[in-house]
Write a protein that binds this ligand. Structure first.
Ligand code: NAD
Length: 485
């Protein structure tokens, strides 16, 4: 493991606009969730800085567009190579700043490295069409970049989200201004420094700050396309603000309250492994949009599944994110830890039974929340309806497929769902019956790049991780050419 102290000593957060550091900004501390201690003072972009960043991006965009796919591909592949060289540093910044264990953050960076190659490789395949209206003329469509695209992302996978967010608009010929979450700004700022060595100035800019900086970006007159990852409340605020400023394209990757439905024929040990894997404890202490948070277990196997999950959860003792062997890290902030603890208290207060908690870590200062397994949860309880975004899972018992589907769908969210059974007929009934954008059969949590990821209902608008995502970062121009007088 790279030495955390070495990485910490080199942290020097700054906003670069067209390669130049912005001076005179207010700074706020970012905190190490493993200790609660301040890590670094981070600049807060005011409206004037956001405006400078967007204008620099707009100035850089035409030349970037005119490089064409081969030119952009060369530079983005070179950026991928530079990111590969810095992957340990980026992962350690995320472990220090966000509290997720270093191995998980390294795996995050490593699993998106291919995107520096594959996105540019498929950008030339986005197409456009020749429309056979009149054989004497020519009717065709072209994809044209928007100009400057704004990307605003959440805190749970900082470097991964920054990389995943910047590439699709960039390969389509847009420049990008990205705002990371205020809790975890360091890896994105470092990424911008690395990018500065490879990409033309202004093509990729990172501005830090919170809601105010995000709102300045959303409302900026030169921004016509916004891609957002975060909570439903912020997604709604962005839709409203975008609509109030101009006609803008907005895509939203929002929260989830994800259900896993277990049939009595599913193997208990595999189900228990999947429940724990679906909680994403080792990668982000459950702070993932796609985490399993409601497990509907058929009454015939209920007791066996609960006992098997209980055994597994007890192994997850939270610890410091950048120490070897840490099973799971802290939550991102004291406020979020208190929020999650509030849900645990609410569940107990409403009559759910706590079956297991991972042991208390006995460390002071950090924002640790051991994992919690709730049994005897009823659909009306808050822990069964609201997104907790932490290491808490609820078990609900079922006996009728119609009823369990109705209960699984009785939330405002619709991101992911899973069904566990060997019975293909039942599996397909649940797949078709679940109101979600992504479904697993005998699987959980995994993303398959090339499969469209996104939510229905309040979980979002639009799909990512597929060729169609690229097309959303361009507008269609229909060209009608008469070839005769
Ligand atoms: P958040 O909505 O609080 O913040 C997300 C980003 O929006 C941050 O960068 C924040 O500074 C910015 N922001 C806040 N107010 C804004 C405003 N008014 N205008 C513009 N930007 C603003 O979310 P969070 O707490 O960072 O992340 C947790 C949420 O994100 C959860 O609900 C989770 O499910 C969701 N999430 C969804 C996905 C997905 O792919 N569907 C992935 C990760 C996280």
């Amino acid at each position: 493991m790279i030495d955390p102290q070495d990485v910490r000593d080199r942290i020097a957060p700054r906003i670069l606009v067209a390669g130049e550091p912005v001076a005179g900004l207010r700074h706020v501390p970012t905190v190490d969730p493993s200790t609660g201690a301040p890590l670094a003072d981070v600049p807060v972009a005011d409206a004037a800085t956001v405006d400078r960043a967007v204008r620099a991006a707009a100035a850089a965009q035409p030349a970037w567009r005119d490089l064409g796919v081969p030119g952009r591909r060369r530079l983005l592949e070179a950026l991928g190579a530079a990111v590969r060289e810095h992957r340990h540093e980026l992962a350690m910044l995320d472990a220090l700043d966000g509290g997720n264990p270093f191995p998980a953050m390294l795996s995050d960076v490593e699993r998106c490295l291919h995107q520096f190659v594959t996105w540019p490789a498929v950008a030339g395949m986005t197409g456009g069409a020749t429309i056979p209206i009149d054989p004497r003329d020519l009717h065709f469509t072209e994809y044209e970049p928007f100009g400057v695209v704004a990307r605003i992302v959440a805190y749970n996978h900082p470097a991964y989200f920054a990389i995943k967010a910047m590439l699709p608009p960039l390969v389509m010929g847009n420049s990008v201004v990205l705002k990371p979450a205020e809790q975890t700004p360091l890896s994105a700022l470092r990424l911008a420094e690395i990018a500065q060595e490879v990409l033309p100035p202004g093509v990729f800019t990172v501005v830090t700050g919170g809601a105010e900086a995000g709102a300045a970006l959303v409302g900026h007159p030169l921004i016509r396309r916004i891609g957002f990852t975060g909570s439903v409340a912020t997604g709604l605020a962005i839709q409203r603000a975008a609509a109030a400023s101009a006609v803008k394209h907005v895509s939203l990757e929002l929260g989830g309250k994800n259900a896993m439905i277990v049939f009595p024929d599913a193997p208990v040990e595999a189900v228990a492994d999947a429940v724990v894997a679906g909680m994403n404890l080792d990668s982000c202490a459950g702070q993932s949009c796609g985490s399993t948070s409601r497990v509907f277990v058929h009454e015939d196997v209920h007791d066996a599944v609960v006992a098997a999950v209980e055994q597994r959860i007890a192994r997850f003792v939270p610890g410091v994110a950048y120490v070897d062997g840490t099973a799971m890290g802290p939550l991102v902030s004291a406020a979020h830890r208190d929020r999650v603890a509030g849900y645990v208290a609410a569940g107990r207060g409403e009559g759910a039974r706590i079956v297991a908690t991972g042991a208390d870590p006995g460390l002071s200062g950090g924002f640790f929340q051991p994992p919690v397994l709730f049994d005897r949860v009823e659909p009306h309880m808050r822990i069964a309806r609201e997104e907790i975004f932490g290491p808490v899972v609820s078990v609900l018992r079922w006996s009728s497929v119609d009823t369990v589907l109705a209960q699984a769908n009785a939330v405002d969210y619709g991101l992911t769902g899973a069904v566990w059974t060997n019975d293909l007929r039942q599996a397909m009934r649940v797949v078709r019956g679940l109101h979600t954008g992504y479904v697993w059969v005998n699987d959980v949590s995994r993303h398959y790049w090339g499969q469209p990821f996104g939510g229905v209902k309040d979980s979002g608008l639009g799909r990512e991780e597929t060729l169609d995502e690229l097309r959303t970062y361009a507008e269609v121009k229909a060209v009608n050419m008469r070839t005769r007088w």
